[in-house]
Design a protein around this ligand. Structure first.
Ligand code: 13P
Ligand code: SF4
Length: 323
């Protein structure tokens, strides 16, 4: 394996958010990952919640769930490493059935994906005959396979309205469903799933932040409870929040979402002051430079989807991407 002379120049990208004392813990793995990617014609897709040394130093493609799905569909790499959670790797595999898709830790799950099973979706269909089922991408392939179409936080309203019906079922995130319902005339039947990271934010948190940080602009992810979104200045997917900061350049901002997001966006906008109350996603944090290196070196862990599930699940994802 060819090892780069040094990954030290990469430290310049992240020096504002990674103390010098922590960098040696990552630099060897980063050098090895860069070499392995070239050797294997591999691409690393990283979600916005990945830590800065992954997001800024080894990822080839970064973004929200929608961007990762779109870019996964376009890649010409032989190997895809998904630095994110399991449902994201499954989506990449659905769109690349003939490629090797790796996730560095199989246990990188999601409380939303855990909140619903394929049998639950079948029961909803029986209970509401003829009502289309829109499923958030934060679900297993088996759940997607029972659905009519997928959505992400970046396109949920557009997907719901694209169906041109008065009523849809939207699974499994209750808060995303309610936040979309507040913006559309379509009636939405929700499920009771919640994101364990975003459900912890409260309107009181926002009021306290505004008191302690005069003029702060509050951006909230739509997986937050509707009362939180109502108190925020803006709500959107992780990509929409990042774009907002780039476009509006607020003097001071708080992102009501996962912790690494602020680090990653702060690196790109040194002039913006980020206030940092955040919640960690333990699933996203299972991915590290060390296990990305092991994934590439040892094909750990290959994502496989039952062909009987993959066909209908792929259709639900592709229908979303066509919008
Ligand atoms: P987006 O990046 O699509 O906004 O999703 C947030 C999330 O929680 C993914 O797990
Ligand atoms: Fe799931 Fe929430 Fe973690 Fe995203 S942040 S992976 S929705 S638990």
């Amino acid at each position: 394996m060819t090892v780069l002379p040094s990954a030290a120049y990469l430290y310049e990208r992240v020096r504002r958010v990674i103390p010098p004392i922590e960098w040696p813990a990552f630099s060897n793995d980063i050098e090895a990952i860069l070499a392995l990617k070239r050797e294997r014609n591999a691409v690393i897709l990283a979600h916005n919640y990945q830590t800065p040394e992954i997001f800024h130093c080894v990822a080839d493609i970064v973004g929200d769930s929608l961007a990762l799905a779109r870019r996964a569909a376009e890649t010409e790499a032989d190997v895809i490493v998904l630095a994110g959670v399991h449902f994201m790797a499954e989506t990449a595999k659905l769109l690349n059935p003939d490629k090797k898709v790796l996730i560095p830790d199989m246990e990188a799950g999601c409380s939303l994906a855990e909140s619903i099973t394929a049998a639950d979706v079948r029961l909803m269909r029986q209970r509401y005959p003829g009502v289309p089922i829109v499923t958030y991408v934060n679900t297993s392939a088996a759940v997607k396979a029972e659905s009519d179409i997928c959505c992400t936080s970046g396109n949920a309203k557009a997907v719901v309205e694209s169906l041109r019906v008065p009523r849809v079922i939207m699974l499994p995130d209750e808060y995303l469903a309610k936040n979309v319902a507040a913006e559309t005339a379509v009636e939405i039947i929700a499920w009771k799933g919640h994101c364990e990271v975003h459900e912890r934010f409260t309107p009181a948190d926002i009021r306290e932040l505004r008191e302690g940080n005069p003029g702060v602009v509050v951006l909230a992810h739509p997986e937050c409870p509707p009362e939180v979104v109502a108190e925020a200045d803006f709500s959107g997917s992780t990509a929409a929040m990042s774009d907002y900061v780039g476009r509006e350049k607020p003097a001071r901002v708080v992102l009501m979402t996962e912790c690494s997001m602020s680090d990653n966006v702060a690196v790109m906008h040194p002039e913006v002051d980020f206030v940092r109350p955040c919640n960690l996603c333990p699933h996203m944090k299972r991915i590290t430079p060390a296990n990305i290196r092991a994934a590439l070196a040892e094909n750990r862990h290959e994502v496989r989807i039952d062909p009987g599930i993959a066909g209908p699940a792929r259709r639900a994802v592709e229908r979303m991407l066509a919008i």
